[in-house]
Design a binder for this molecule. Sequence first.
Ligand SMILES: Nc1ncnc2c1ncn2[C@@H]1O[C@H](COP(=O)(O)OP(=O)(O)OP(=O)(O)O)[C@@H](O)[C@H]1O
Ligand SMILES: [Mg+2]
Length: 511
Amino acid sequence: MLIKVYGSAVFGIDATTVVVEVNVDKGVGYHLVGLPDNAIKESNYRIAAALQNIGYKIPGKKITINMAPADLRKEGSAYDLTLALGILAASNQINSEEIGDYLIMGELSLDGSLQPIKGALPIAIKAKDEGFKGFILPNENAKEAAVVEDFKVYGVDNIKEVIDFFDSGMPLVETQVDTQEEFNEQSGHPEFDFSDVRGQESIKRCMEIAAAGGHNVILIGPPGAGKTMLAKRLPSILPPMTLQEALETTKIHSVVGKVKNRGLMSQRPFRNPHHTISAAALVGGGSYPQPGEISLSHNGVLFLDELPEFERRVLEVMRQPMEDREVTIARAQYTITYPSSFMLVASMNPSPSGYFNDPDAPLTSSPTEMQRYLSKISGPLLDRIDIHIEVTPVPFEKLSDERKGEGSVVIRERVIRARKIQSERFSQLNELHYNAQMGTKLIRKYCPLDEDSKELLKNAMQRLNLSARAYDRILKVSRTIADLENVDEINTSHISEAIQYRSLDREGWLG
Ligand SMILES: Nc1ncnc2c1ncn2[C@@H]1O[C@H](COP(=O)(O)OP(=O)(O)OP(=O)(O)O)[C@@H](O)[C@H]1O
Ligand SMILES: [Mg+2]
C-alpha cells in the first residue's frame, strides 16, 4: 500500500514542503531515497525501537520511502515522526484516512517520546499557506509555531498521542498563543535598564545618540569600567520592535532551534559571541548552512567584547553583510540569504594591559605594544563605527552614593521622537530609516553647515589631527544630535559634541 505523509525542509529562513511517500510491499528490505542525509538514514533504528516500545513494529516486508522533491537535500532527525506514521499507515497498522491532511514532524527518542525540531515557525507559516489542516510537532516547539494566526498547531509529547489521534480519533490539544497579546506584554519590559548604571551621564548620552541615529559604537575603557554593562542596556532604549520585526527575528531564531518553550520574541536580541568565534559562526555557513551571530542579532544588537582579540580575518567577513544588511551564503548548488540588520557595539581595553586612558592608572604598555594591539582592529570595520566612547570607571565610593539615574523608558521616548524625524526625512527613500545609513551624497544633502560650524570643524580637524574618514561620521552624528533636539539646522554645539566622539581618530591612537 502507498501512503503520502508530509514534512518540511527549511532553506534559509523559509520552508519547503516535503512529500514522504511510503510503500510497503511483499519482500524484505528498507530503502530510503530522495537525498536524505545520514541522520535521516539512521532514523529506522530510532523508529524501530520507538514503535516496539509502544506495541507496534516496522513490518518485515519491503519498505520503500521516497522523499520529494528529490533534488532538495533533507537533513536532520526531524522526519522520524513523519516516517514512523507513514510506515504505520502503509502497513495498515493504523487508520490512514486523515494522515495526509496534516504536516507532521518530530525527532523520536527510543521510548517514543518526542525531541524538539528546528525551524518550527517557518514550517508553520508554509504549512498554513499550503492549506494543511494543522501542524503536529513536539510540545517544546508548539508555541513558536502557534504564533501563526488562524492555523491549528498541536504540541505532543509522545508518538502514541499522534497514533491515537489518527487511529481512534482521540483529540489532540490545540496549542494557542495570542500573538498580539504576547507581543504587547513583552515589548514594554526590557530585561536590563539604564537606571542600574550609576553616574556615567555623558556615556549614557552617547548611547542615546547611538540609539537615536542607529550609529555603531565602540566603547574604550579599562577592565571593570562598565563597558559590558552599558552595552547590554542598549536594546532597552532602542524603539520597540514592530510585530513584523518580531516575527522576522523569531523566524531566524527558530531556524537554529533557539526559541524553546515560548512564542514570539518581542525583545530586540542582544548577542555577545566570544572572541574565539569562527567566521562561519559569526556570519553564518557550515556544511549545512545555518544563520550566524550577525543574523541572530537581526533587528537588535551585536556586541563584540574585546574587539582586538577577534581574529582579523573573522572581522573582515562581516564588512559586506554590514553594508548590505543581509548575508548571502553560496554553495555549489544553491545560495541562501539571511537578514542581518543589526547595531554593532564593540568594546576594547585601551591597551594590552588594560590601562591607558585612565588618569589614575600607571602607564604599563609601551607605545610599540599599543600600536600592535590597536592595529589588530580591522580598519575597514572601524570605518563603519561612527561613535567612539571613552569609558572611565566610576570610583568605588561614588558607586554607592550616586543617585539612581534616568531609566531606559524615558530615554527611549526621546530616541523614538528622533527616529520619527528621520523616518520622515527618508520617507521617499527605500530601505533607509536612520541617519547612520546615509552615504556621502545624502550627507551632503541633509547635513549642510553654516559658516561658523564649517570653521569649527575645519579647525578641529587640523588641531586634533582627525583623519578624513572622521569628517563624514562627525556630520552624521551631528545630524542625530540635532534631531534629538528637534532642530532643523546643524549648529556649532552639535558639531563640537560630535567631534568628541572620535577618540580613535586622534593622534596617539590609530596611525
Ligand atoms: N556605573 C556603574 N554603575 C553600577 N555598576 C557599575 C558601574 N560600573 C561598573 N559597575 C559594576 O562593575 C561590574 C563590571 O562592569 P563590566 O563588566 O561592565 O565592566 P567591563 O568594562 O566590561 O570590564 P571588562 O573589561 O573586564 O570586561 C558590573 O557588573 C557592575 O556591577
Ligand atoms: Mg566586559
